[in-house]
Design a protein around this ligand. Structure first.
Ligand code: ATP
Ligand code: LTN
Length: 336
């Protein structure tokens, strides 16, 4: 039986966070045995926000190395840098012409990120931030995937990719498989440690608010110790009223693979210090082997080769898909 397919990626707009890892990467690693996976580093999406070129280079190398250190395996999955497969940008252009200003204007990510650029007062809003979902639609529709494993904040982008696919299939003949979003287990979002009503985000300007996959054990312990909770000293799963405590519980629950009830029982009659100590130790225990592997892989020829092989594999599929799209749309003069 042929395997079902999946595609996903992370933008190298900062160092991968614990949110990215627990939200998606951990699950990609588990899906590898069952699915045919296309996993890339979305560097073309990163430049939709202003980037410093040296920082971008560093971030992209860190994110790629972390993919492998976290357990993504080039022998099982197709792993590559988005810009190495040029067909993504070309199909992205085509998607641009097949989407509308109205549907792009409704994207909440655009509203949030453009507000951020505007409030910085330093830059104007890049047009690429507005058309971001059309490139993402190209990334997804290129590989005829069944599922797109992402965090809940990306759901709207998968929906627009589906809409574009349906519209183009109707107009130009059967071109694309209609993909489905596969949202993180229980829709859990890991929240900002200083403002637990906001998602933990790798482009956050406050380093204390996020845990990156490269933080040292002492940094992790001190950030968890300083995480915002409340004054009740009662460990209860209740996001509405106790977002800080619930966020820490979520982190522990995902790391240990336990339910809310088990977590509440575990901390019955314990205090916030116990909660924070347990959470910090669970993160350190998970992250240490990943960081050891990261140090072995960073600067290795082996990793460069994996990314090159991944791009070669992806390119073959992407080339064929782009040709078919162009043929069906009347863009080629030779073939029909
Ligand atoms: P940025 O700050 O640049 O927006 P980000 O940290 O939000 O970056 P993305 O690259 O946008 O990360 O997301 C990569 C994947 O990780 C997406 O599928 C996203 O839904 C998921 N993800 C990101 N942050 C979290 C989080 N805090 N909790 C759970 N999943 C997350
Ligand atoms: N927008 C996504 C990254 C991304 C992506 C994709 C995810 C770009 N192209 C295609 C899944 C499929 C994000 O997580 N910020």
């Amino acid at each position: 039986m042929t395997k079902k397919k999946m595609v996903s990626g992370i933008t190298p707009s900062g160092t991968m966070t614990l949110g990215n890892y627990l939200g998606v990467v951990k699950q990609w690693v588990e899906f590898q045995n069952e699915y045919d996976m296309y996993i890339f580093i979305a560097n073309l999406h990163a430049i939709t926000m202003p980037q410093d070129k040296e920082k971008l280079r560093k971030n992209l190398k860190e994110v790629s190395t972390l993919y492998f250190a976290c357990g993504m395996d080039a022998n099982k999955s197709t792993i590559f840098l988005q810009s190495d497969v040029m067909e993504h940008a070309q199909l992205g252009w085509i998607m641009n012409t097949q989407s509308t200003m109205g549907e792009l204007s409704r994207m909440t990510q655009f509203k949030d990120k453009s507000a951020k650029v505007e409030s910085s007062g330093k830059e104007s809003i890049p047009a690429g931030l507005f058309t971001y979902p059309t490139l993402m639609a190209a990334d997804i529709l290129m590989y005829d995937v069944d599922f797109v494993p992402v965090g809940v904040d990306q759901k709207q982008h998968i929906e627009i990719a589906r809409d574009i696919a349906i519209r183009m299939n109707n107009k130009f003949g059967d071109l694309f498989t209609i993909p489905e979003a596969l949202i993180t287990k229980n829709n859990i979002k890991i929240m900002d440690l200083q403002d637990p009503t906001k998602k933990m985000s790798k482009s956050s300007t406050n380093p204390k608010a996020i845990i990156t996959m490269l933080d040292k054990p002492e940094e992790i312990r001190s950030k968890i110790k300083a995480a915002v909770t409340d004054s009740e000293n009662l460990i209860k799963y209740d996001f509405e009223n106790k977002p800080g405590v619930t966020n820490l519980m979520n982190i522990y629950m995902i790391l240990k693979g336990i339910t809310k009830e088990q977590a509440e029982a575990h901390w019955n009659n314990k205090n916030y210090k116990d909660l924070k100590d347990d959470v910090a130790e669970a993160i350190v225990e998970m992250i240490t082997p990943i960081q050891n592997r990261y140090n072995e892989l960073y600067n290795s020829k082996e990793m460069e080769q994996w990314l090159e092989d991944g791009a070669n594999k992806a390119r073959k599929i992407a080339y064929k898909k782009l040709q078919k799209v162009q043929n069906n749309m009347g863009l080629n003069y030779k073939r029909k």
